[in-house]
Design a binder for this molecule. Structure first.
Ligand SMILES: Nc1ncnc2c1ncn2[C@@H]1O[C@H](COP(=O)(O)OP(=O)(O)OP(=O)(O)O)[C@@H](O)[C@H]1O
Ligand SMILES: [Mg+2]
Length: 508
């Protein structure tokens, strides 16, 4: 019998209008990776925030190595050997990696800050767990995958034995996911235990020893790895069988809607972010951008969505140059945008869902009358309809965006951007963080948009998603589109090859 590191017993937590955790019991063994899966809003993050002392349960008990403890705040969780890597990192961007790791735990020598001892200890942790990062870089200059390593080092530095990862892979490239899993394996070989939350069931099946499925706040089942399959997990999550495919409508392409011509962009350090990017998206077409994250995709979408000081080039919408237009003009002309970073853009967290769902349309009829007076009823009616259609899990349309689970927040943005009936839809990572049911729904909505003759620019780190939805695919590498494919005339392997830059010059 394995030693039980953690045991949560009958944890219940109620929020206004929602029973987020309903007598959940959950164990973690020494040397185990235990995946926690469930639909958006099922209660995964809530359970882990209770463990980390961010929420207090209404009832229930927590035992660490058989000893009952109460955890009133993260400090107490850390003292109990619990560490959590949140999806949105809690680092201080202008500080160095070293400073971020030791923050709050600094050792002093003769009253002066001593960084030599911690640096030694951290270097040992890096070696042991495959978490190499330059200690002297500023966190803001370090890519996301490495920032996550800093978060992991931070909790290991504080002696965590129980490590909680809330959707850690959502922001990682496939290679980084593999590296993270290597680290996971090293950690459990040292007798630590890992709780792994993810919506990507392939990953769960690859790495987890046990899988606990929760639905609407309750534990449905805990499966051993060898009895689990993707469709079984999906079915337990949703409560009914789930189809994991999209049907592609046959649509005749219309005229060019978006034309990007020789677009070049530099960052503030005068480093090229985009170089001579050219492509066209037609009405009724989904144009997918494949590429390893950080090769200019994010900036490309932002430059089309909002004004930016480009170096040269032109952006045309329905034949007219919009390069010098501001965001509002672009939105009014029919561009909608599902942004990649839903926390920085896209949502006003302290505002209600009703307000968030009409953001950017709130000054237009029917939401205002001809005297520009806001019609609150119309706004609420619209919100109710969208919540229903997109299956957004919320107590009401007056709930704040802040009170929604991560995936439901994402659904709010997708719903709003699709409901503007755009001519051009910019969809950046549209299904990041959403559960399989919602992913299927969003995919179908993109197909409907195509069928209705809208032009869609899809950027996704998920190559399967790009392959299954796009009509044409442009591969981005180092700020250039190095190759363009028709979907039927290529394979995942071929695209993967270009994504790594292997054929950087072959197409030129
Ligand atoms: N601070 C809060 N205030 C009010 N309600 C909340 C709060 N946090 C979570 N909830 C609600 O509790 C329920 C569970 O949310 P939770 O964030 O735990 O879901 P989740 O399983 O992590 O989902 P996701 O996969 O979307 O991240 C949801 O209905 C959510 O709206
Ligand atoms: Mg969550």
């Amino acid at each position: 019998m394995s030693e039980t590191l953690l045991s949560m017993r009958k944890i219940t937590k109620r929020f206004p209008g929602v029973l987020a955790n309903d007598e959940i019991s959950f164990d973690l063994f020494k040397g185990e990776i235990h995946a926690l899966v469930g639909e958006n809003g099922a209660g995964k993050t809530t359970l882990m925030k209770i463990l980390y002392g961010l929420y207090s349960p209404d009832s229930g008990e927590i035992y660490i190595k058989g000893k009952r403890i109460t955890i009133k705040n993260p400090k107490e969780a850390i003292n109990g050997g619990i560490g959590m890597v949140h999806q949105h990192f809690m680092l201080v961007p202008p500080f160095t990696v070293l400073e971020n790791i030791i923050i709050g735990e600094e050792t002093k020598k003769f009253g002066l800050l001593d960084e030599s001892l911690p640096a030694e200890k951290i270097k040992a942790l890096m070696e042991k767990n495959g978490l190499i990062v330059d200690l002297n870089s500023r966190v803001e200059d370090v890519p996301v995958g490495l920032q996550q390593r800093v978060e992991i080092l931070k909790i290991l530095y504080r002696g965590a034995e129980i490590l909680v990862f809330d959707e850690p892979t959502a922001v990682l490239t496939p290679q980084e996911v593999e590296d993270l899993f290597k680290t996971f394996r090293q950690l459990i070989s040292q007798g630590k235990g890992i709780v792994f939350i993810s919506h990507k069931l392939d990953e769960v099946l690859e790495i987890a020893d046990r899988i606990t499925v929760i639905r609407k706040g309750r534990v449905i089942k805990t499966l051993n790895r060898d009895e689990a399959t993707k469709s079984l997990i999906a079915e337990l999550m949703v409560g009914k069988p789930v189809l994991l495919e999209v049907s592609r409508p046959d649509v005749k392409e219309g005229p060019a809607v978006l034309e990007v011509k020789y677009l070049s962009l530099q960052d503030y350090r005068k480093v090229n972010i985009l170089t001579d990017v050219s492509f066209t998206v037609h009405a009724g077409e989904i144009y997918g951008i494949a590429g390893v994250e950080g090769n200019g995709q994010t900036e490309l979408v932002e430059v089309i969505a909002e004004a930016a000081p480009i170096l040269h080039g032109d952006i045309l919408l329905n034949g007219e140059s919009i390069t010098n237009w501001d965001v509002r003009q672009r939105r009014e002309a029919g561009i909608s945008h599902i942004p990649e970073d839903r926390h920085r853009y896209g949502l006003l967290l302290p505002f209600s869902l009703a307000e968030n769902l009409t953001l950017g349309m709130h000054h237009k009829e029917p939401f205002v009358n001809r005297f520009q007076i806001i019609n609150k009823n119309k706004i609420r009616e619209h919100a109710k309809a969208v919540i229903e259609k997109f299956d957004i899990r919320t107590p009401s349309e007056l709930t704040t965006a802040l009170a929604l689970s991560g995936g439901n927040q994402q659904k709010v943005i997708v719903a709003r951007e699709l409901s503007t009936e755009p001519k051009l839809l910019l969809a950046a990572q549209p299904t990041r963080g959403v559960d399989i049911g919602a992913t299927e729904f969003i995919h179908n909505q993109l197909m409907i948009a195509k069928k209705e003759g809208r032009a869609v620019l899809l950027v996704s780190a998920d190559l399967d998603e790009v392959m299954s939805l796009s009509d044409r695919i442009g591969v981005m590498f180092k700020g250039r589109i190095i190759k363009e494919f028709e979907r039927e005339k290529t394979t995942k392997e071929e695209i993967g090859f270009y994504m790594m830059g292997e054929k950087e010059h072959a197409g030129n």
